[in-house]
Ligand binder design. Sequence first.
Ligand SMILES: [Zn+2]
Length: 285
Amino acid sequence: MQALFTIDVEDYFHTVEGEHVPKLAQWDALPTRVEKNTQVLLDILDEYKVKSTCFVLGYVARRHPDLVREISRRGHEVASHGMNHKHVYEMAPEEFAQDLETSKKLLEDICGNEVLGFRSPGFSYTDSSPWFFDKLIEKGYSFDSSVFPAARFEGGIKTDQFDPHWVTTSQGRIFEFPITVAPVFGKNICFFGGGYLRLFPKWMIVSMAKKLQRAQRNVLYYIHPREIDPSHPRFKMNALNSFRSYVNLKTVEGKLRAILKLSEFINCRDYLQQIKLQEDKNASG
Ligand SMILES: [Zn+2]
């Protein structure tokens, strides 16, 4: 079995929305930590020889083009996280399509490689955007990783497809890498990324990953650069959002190392390539 490691490359101020969390117009004036934190993550991945897929926010790419080049130069895949961290469910179809086009072109111009994949901010693909996959196909994307197949505070979608799979629409087909969830007492729970990775103890995350591996399922992990930086600036939030944003930051590095030791890893681009090769092989008998 192969695991997938993904990073949503964004800064510490691209966190949950709230009264005291800075808005787009204020971002340029804020000190930034995304470059340093991403490098820390990439250094850890290097130690375990793991190549990731990095969903880079367009805003970050504009402000730190050298970081995008470095990600690519170090052998990681550059994919899109949209331009300005706006939720899909807050956009009209045309606005979303424009966002897909602008971020893809921006990243491709900087890193010189074709951008194949997309992940929506906050896993904000929901039932309210039925045109979601059509727009991705229309704008030339080959894969998506926005499906969060369980309940969450925002985003999330009901589905019975929990493993990587093709999605077919009237526009064509696109490959989906859903966020991995594991069934626990009849409920699907994510243990493998962001706030969930911070919240659950290391032994539980490792044992859930092993359980899925035994069931022949791939685990997809995701992380944000701020999560490897326990001293990043914090914003005033209500108690729930503060917990979601800042719980257990100090535990992340140890959990990350335990995860990286556990499996063989592949990035999304290479995984999709494997699927297509297998299809060609099957087609030619
Ligand atoms: Zn994000």
